[in-house]
Ligand binder design. Sequence first.
Ligand SMILES: Nc1ncnc2c1ncn2[C@@H]1O[C@H](COP(=O)(O)OP(=O)(O)O)[C@@H](O)[C@H]1O
Ligand SMILES: [Mg+2]
Length: 356
Amino acid sequence: MEPTDWKNRIKELEKANLILQKKLETSETERTELETLNQKTESLLKTVTEDFREYEKIVTARMSTLEKALENQQTMQLKLIEAEKMSALGILVAGIAHEINNPVNFIYGNITYVNDYTGDILKLLAMYQDRYPETDAEIEEFLEKIDIDFLREDLLKTISSMKVGSERIREIVLTLRNFARVDEAEKKPVNIHEGIESTLLILQHLTKEKPGNSAIKFIKSYGSLPKVECYAGQLNQVFMNIINNAVDALREREKKSSLDEREANPIQMSITTSINSENWARISIKDNGLGMNEAVKSKIFDPFFTTKPVGHGTGLGLSISYQIVVDKHGGRLECISAIGEGTELVIEIPIANSHS
Ligand SMILES: Nc1ncnc2c1ncn2[C@@H]1O[C@H](COP(=O)(O)OP(=O)(O)O)[C@@H](O)[C@H]1O
Ligand SMILES: [Mg+2]
């Protein structure tokens, strides 16, 4: 190569070097630019993530509020359904009681006449037999066929047992009407003892002796209570729920204890009424069942709380009772119970109250 060629070559190389350096410089600035951009993006991303977390928290909080609201609504709905069912049942019971009332009164009202007429006819027959002892063969045969002596004796017994039966139906009809009391949308002064007695009569099939179940012994001690101003139908529902629970507890103990144990301490329920120091009516319903522990006791008034098998308990009985006694009547509902000691539910309500 010629020296000039060398020079040219060097120049070219220098030029190329310069260009390269320039390029390097540009790419260096670009790199810094990119870096700052990257940093910016990163910080933006961080803020966005933080914001997102914040929102997530808000959304979770909202969700739980909504869930609670939904739960509350469901509880309310179920309470309403239960109340609705009770009132529908009340209407049905009152309707049936009303319908049975008339025909039963026909029977009851006429039995006295039937009794008198039969007595007269029998007397007439006796007179005939007395005056005309000799009758013809056909009559003789018939008298023998119907066993007239037995018939005479049995007829009056039959009528008197029909009378007892129809009296009993009348009583039940009266009780059902008293229990349902659907016509009463307002508070009225009522006899609390009548309400308790109707409830007990309606629950008789659960408290009486049956194969596998002994009879529950009732110890009633009714004080002298004036009439209490209340929603009678609703208060009867409270008695029903509480007595029903006591029956369940007693039956449970009966199932789990030995015969000796049961004989030594028979299953029983005490119902005591009195006036408390505030001049309120106090009704105590106490069983000697298995009782409950503190954990159960603290939840018994919660809606849906039940320790009973599926299909047996709804867990609504005591929560509805609480609502009726406390909210509707301005009263108190308390539970005293311990394992092995049985359970006492105490209802206290003002005798004349202005509570709505
Ligand atoms: N007399 C009682 N003895 C023992 N436990 C009771 C008694 N009464 C209520 N309980 C407890 O309280 C729970 C709630 O009662 P309740 O609201 O009437 O619902 P349910 O009877 O449908 O279970 C029962 O499941 C039971 O565990
Ligand atoms: Mg119950």
